[in-house]
Structure formats: structure tokens, C-alpha cells
Design a protein. Structure first.
Length: 348
């Protein structure tokens, strides 16, 4: 299929397609029984992410079931620190666990030279998914590659696990800004390479997830969220100039407009805490917005789901817009609610 006719790519070129294309963050995951069956075949989560056949299958599962307008590569934002040489494990009930990285020796031990070989299976997954979409009749479906943004990835690398406030990483940024900047620089350069490799392998759109951007005050938001994202975008414009870039600086709030202007991204994801009308006013009429249904409204279903969708669609009509959630789909989401969501969005 001519990529110029894919709904998501049309929107990312600035066309106000209606009804809008829809895909969901974490659309491949534990809420799907077919995912759980595949997950049981892998020794652990990293093994699943680095098994091209299984990761391809998982990526395609929600496309077969819901016919979303985009497939997003099944992987994880922490594959990059793992590829750089930091230890990583996923423990049941705990999530990701890494040896905390808090000194110059730890940062110096990160090895960008090993990334390409480590992520080679991920690139094979990208190639398999592109071929699979074509072979299974989903030629209009766009493939999205992604990476975690440097600040969010650094949060896990420094803290060693998830956190409510990431006090250790914020303490390092305040206490030793030169050291923290070195980590951000390392991650920024590695992220450019990782995303460019995905584009070379067949990803048609690239997305940058900065899940924890909103925990920073404005000055640090500019330094550790906006500036690295701007550097990544500038580099990717040279390496893969025809590949659109979506960023998701979660909880950016009033910084959203500055983020868009300074980074030059093609589209920006909006979290569920931000009114879409306000976001539209902040970023201006030409910027593509993506979002922002509360994932728990999707869990609730019924009138809550319908009200949530109907609060978003009229505000976004007439501008380039991608329907999505304000954060990732959660495991307890009923499948029939996702089906209903797609019906509501496609009815416009």
C-alpha cells in the first residue's frame, strides 16, 4: 500500500483525518489471553522482547483483534540500558530491577559499542512485523518504533527500580549535575542510534516515551527533558528525515507548548490529566495531538467510557489528531471495552 494513504501517516503530515486513527499505548499486553499464552512460552520478559518470532506475534495480536491504525513494536523502554550493559531483571510483583547506577564508574562502564549486537533481535522483530502486516492484510496499518526518553530511562537506571517520586535520581541531578548530565548525554546518543536502527529496519514512525517528565520543575524539565529530546529529533531528521516523530512527555502540563516548539516533534501525546482543549490552545492549531482517554475510563466501560470519548472527539475535530489513551492500557481492561472504544471512535 502507498504509505501516503495510511491514516496515521496522513495525520502526522498534518491532515485532519476523520474519524481519527486510533491505537493504544500498551495495546499488546496482559489484558489479552493470546498475549498471556505467548508470554508463558518465554523464560522471562527480556527473553520475550528479544525473541523475534514471539515479539512479532505479540505485536500483531491487537491488530488482528481490533484492527488498530498502528502497530507498536513490542519491546520495553529499558532494553536500551540492558543493551548498554546494565543489569536488568523483571520480578513478579516488582517490575524492573536494575543495579542502581549512581557514580562515575557506573556510567563509565556503560558501553555504547555493544548496543547494536544486543538489539539485533529487536531489529529482526521490526522486519518481521512489517512483513507480517503486509502478509495478513493490514497494509493500511503503520508500524511505530519507540524508545524511552533519556530522563525516564535514567530514572530507572539510577533508582534501580520503579518509584513514586524517584528521589534518588532527582537527588543526583541536584547534587552532582555534571555526573547526571554525563548519563543523559550517554543515553541521548544511544537513543539516536537505537531509533535510527529501528527506522532502517522498517519502523514508519518513531515515538519517544518520557513517562516521568512531569516530576521535574521547569528549569530541570528544560535541561533533562526538552534539550535531550531536541537533540534526538535533530539527529533523526538527518538520519531518517522522512520518519515522523511522536513524543510523550507525560504530565508536562503548561510546559507542553514549550516542549513542542523547542523539540520540533511532529506530534505530542497528551496525558489524561490535561484537558485536550487546553492542550490544543497551548500547542497551536498545526501541531498533531495524540491522546488522552483515561485508561481507567476504559476499564469502567459503559457511560464512563462513552462520556470520556465524547469529551475528546468534538474538541479535536478539524485538526490533525490521533486517538489514544492518556497512559498505557492496564491489565484488568475488559476486551469488550476496547472493542466498544474502537466503535465509538470510528463512528466519529
Amino acid at each position: 500500500m502507498d504509505p501516503m494513504n495510511k491514516p496515521l501517516l496522513r495525520v502526522l503530515r498534518g491532515e485532519p483525518v476523520w474519524p481519527p486513527p486510533i491505537w493504544l499505548m500498551r495495546q499488546a499486553g496482559r489484558y489479552l489471553p493470546e498475549y498471556r499464552a505467548i508470554r508463558a512460552q518465554a523464560a522471562d520478559f527480556i527473553a520475550l522482547c528479544t525473541n523475534p518470532a514471539l515479539a512479532c506475534e505479540v505485536t500483531l495480536q491487537p491488530i488482528r483483534r481490533f484492527r488498530f491504525d498502528a502497530a507498536i513494536l513490542f519491546s520495553d523502554i529499558l532494553i536500551l540500558p540492558w543493551a548498554l550493559g546494565q543489569g536488568l531483571a523483571y520480578k513478579e510483583g516488582e517490575g524492573p530491577v536494575l543495579p542502581p547506577l549512581r557514580d562515575a564508574a557506573g556510567i563509565a562502564a556503560l558501553d555504547p559499542a555493544r548496543v547494536a549486537a544486543a538489539v539485533a533481535p529487536v531489529m529482526q522483530t521490526v522486519r518481521l512485523v512489517r512483513a507480517g502486516l503486509e502478509a495478513e492484510g493490514f497494509a493500511a496499518t503503520t508500524l511505530i518504533g519507540f524508545a524511552g526518553a533519556p530522563f525516564t530511562v535514567a530514572c530507572y537506571m539510577v533508582e534501580g527500580h520503579g518509584s513514586r517520586d524517584f528521589a534518588a535520581v532527582r537527588g543526583l541531578a541536584y547534587g552532582d549535575p555534571a555526573l547526571f548530565a554525563r548519563l543523559i548525554d550517554t543515553l541521548t546518543a544511544a537513543t539516536v542510534e537505537y531509533l535510527a536502527m529501528q527506522a532502517d529496519a522498517g519502523a514508519e514512525v518513531l515515538m519517544l516515551f518520557d513517562t516521568w517528565a512531569g516530576i521535574l520543575p521547569p528549569s530541570q524539565f528544560r535541561e533533562y527533558v526538552i534539550e535531550p529530546a531536541a537533540r534526538i529529533v535533530r539527529a533523526l531528521r538527518v538520519r531518517c528525515p522522512d520518519v515522523p516523530i511522536i513524543a510523550f512527555p507525560r504530565l508536562a502540563g503548561l510546559m507542553l507548548g514549550e516542549f513542542v516548539r523547542a523539540t520540533g516533534v511532529d506530534a505530542v501525546g497528551v496525558d489524561a490529566s490535561t484537558d485536550m482543549a487546553v492542550a490544543a490552545e497551548i500547542v497551536g492549531p498545526s501541531v498533531v495531538l495524540q491522546g488522552n482517554l483515561d485508561p481507567l475510563a476504559l476499564v469502567a466501560g459503559g457511560q464512563a467510557l462513552e462520556n470520556g470519548v465524547r469529551a475528546i472527539l468534538p474538541v479535536m475535530r478539524g485538526r490533525p489528531f490521533v486517538f489514544n489513551l492518556g497512559h498505557g492500557i492496564v491489565p484488568q481492561t475488559p476486551i469488550e471495552h476496547v472493542t466498544r472504544l474502537t466503535e465509538l471512535v470510528r463512528a466519529g
